[in-house]
Ligand binder design. Structure first.
Ligand SMILES: NC(=O)c1ccc[n+]([C@@H]2O[C@H](COP(=O)([O-])OP(=O)(O)OC[C@H]3O[C@@H](n4cnc5c(N)ncnc54)[C@H](O)[C@@H]3O)[C@@H](O)[C@H]2O)c1
Length: 309
C-alpha cells in the first residue's frame, strides 16, 4: 500500500509544491487548509478545508486517515500580522501545532515534520551565519511562536515517541508564492515590476536575507521525513540585500522605475543568514538552485501568469 501522508497548508505556497512532490513519490496525500482547495494540484490530492485550530475536526481527520507522516506547514506566516494580532498567531502557530502533534501521535503517526522559521527564531544574532547552536532569541511574536512550538513538539516527542523533525528555513522563494501578502519580497517585486507598478522597499534596502529556492526546501522536507529526526537550518548561507533583489529582478524584467522607500516594519530584522552545514551532515541535504537560476525561474512563472491573466 502507498504510504499515507497528511500535509497542512496545501492552499499555500510551500505545501502546494510539497504535496505535488509527495504524490510524484507515490504517497497517498491528504492536504488540509483553512482556505479553499487549489484547482492546480490535480485530482490525486485529496484536499480538506479545515481550520487546524479545530481540535475535534483535526482529531476526526487524523483518526480517519491515520497517516504515517504528517508535514505541518500551515501557519499564520506573516511577521506583521503576528505583531498586530498576537493571539491569532499564538493560537495558530503554537496551540494548533501542539494539538496537531498530540492527535497525530494518538492516531499512530510515526514522523512529524514541522516548518519552523530560521529567519525568525534566532532574531538578530551578533554573529552570522546563525547555526543551530545560536541562541533562540526571536524579535517577533511569529518567531516566538515558532520557537515555542518547537519546544512543545519536543515534549510531545518525549511523551509519545512521535519522531519530530524540524526545518528552520531561511527566506523561501519561487513560483506560486503569494504576491499579495505582506512578506515574500521576491513574489511581490516580480509581479509589480512585470506590471510596471511602483515597488516599495521598507528601510534603505541594505537589510539582508538568505534566499532558499522552494524546490530545495521541498527536498529538505522529504529528507527530514525519512532521515534521522533532528532540527536543521535550511538555507544557502548567502546573504543578499533587498537592494540586490530589486536590482536582479529589475534587470530580468526590464523595469526602469525608481525604488520607493518607506519606514521599516516592526518585528523585521536587519540581517539574516543561516548556516546549512548541519542539514548536509544529518540529512545529506544541500541547496542545489543558485540564486540567479531561482530568481529567473520565479520571474518566468510570474511572467506566464501575467500572460494568462
Ligand atoms: N515562506 C517563507 O519564506 C518561510 C520561511 C520560513 C518558514 N516558513 C514557514 O513555512 C510554512 C509554509 O510557508 P508558506 O510561505 O507556504 O506560507 P503560506 O502563507 O503560503 O501558507 C500557509 C498556509 O497555511 C494556511 N493556514 C493558516 N492558518 C490556518 C489554519 N488555522 N488552519 C488551516 N490552514 C491554515 C493558510 O491558509 C496558507 O494556505 C509556514 O509554516 C511558514 O511559517 C516560511
Amino acid at each position: 500500500m502507498a504510504p499515507n501522508a497528511l500535509v497542512t497548508g496545501t492552499s499555500g505556497f510551500v505545501a502546494g509544491h510539497l504535496a505535488r512532490r509527495l504524490l510524484a513519490d507515490g504517497y497517498d496525500v491528504t492536504g488540509v487548509d483553512i482556505k479553499p482547495p487549489r484547482s492546480d494540484l490535480g485530482d490525486a490530492l485529496r484536499q480538506v478545508t479545515l481550520d487546524i485550530r479545530d481540535r475535534v475536526g483535526v482529531r476526526a481527520l487524523l483518526q480517519e486517515i491515520r497517516p504515517e507522516l504528517v508535514i505541518h506547514a500551515a501557519a499564520q506566516a506573516s511577521v506583521s500580522v503576528s505583531m498586530r494580532e498576537p493571539r491569532l498567531d499564538v493560537e495558530t502557530n503554537v496551540v494548533a501545532t501542539l494539538e496537531l502533534a498530540q492527535e497525530a501521535a494518538a492516531a499512530g503517526t510515526q514522523r512529524f515534520v514541522f516548518f519552523s522559521s530560521g529567519g525568525a527564531v534566532y532574531g538578530e544574532p551578533a554573529v552570522l551565519p546563525a547555526t543551530e547552536e545560536t541562541a533562540v532569541e526571536p524579535k517577533s511574536i511569529y518567531g516566538a511562536s515558532k520557537a515555542a512550538a518547537e519546544l512543545y513538539l519536543g515534549v510531545v516527542a518525549d511523551q509519545t515517541g512521535l519522531e519530530v523533525s524540524v526545518l528552520r528555513p531561511a527566506n523561501i522563494y519561487g513560483p506560486e508564492q503569494n504576491p499579495h501578502g505582506e512578506a515574500g519580497v521576491m513574489a511581490i517585486f516580480s509581479q509589480r515590476m512585470l506590471r510596471n507598478e511602483l515597488v516599495t522597499i521598507f528601510g534603505d534596502g541594505s537589510q539582508t536575507r538568505d534566499y532558499v529556492y522552494v524546490e530545495d526546501v521541498v527536498e529538505a522536507a522529504i529528507r527530514a521525513s525519512d532521515g534521522v529526526p533532528d532540527t536543521c537550518d535550511i538555507s544557502t548561507g548567502i546573504e543578499v540585500s533587498t537592494g540586490q533583489v530589486f536590482e536582479t529582478l529589475a534587470q530580468l524584467t526590464g523595469y526602469e522605475q525608481p525604488v520607493v522607500h518607506d519606514d521599516e516594519r516592526p518585528g523585521d530584522i536587519a540581517r539574516s543568514m543561516l548556516d546549512p552545514t548541519k542539514a548536509g551532515r544529518v540529512w545529506g541535504w544541500e541547496p542545489q538552485v543558485a540564486f540567479e537560476d531561482g530568481v529567473a525561474r520565479t520571474v518566468e512563472w510570474f511572467r506566464e501568469q501575467e500572460a494568462v491573466s
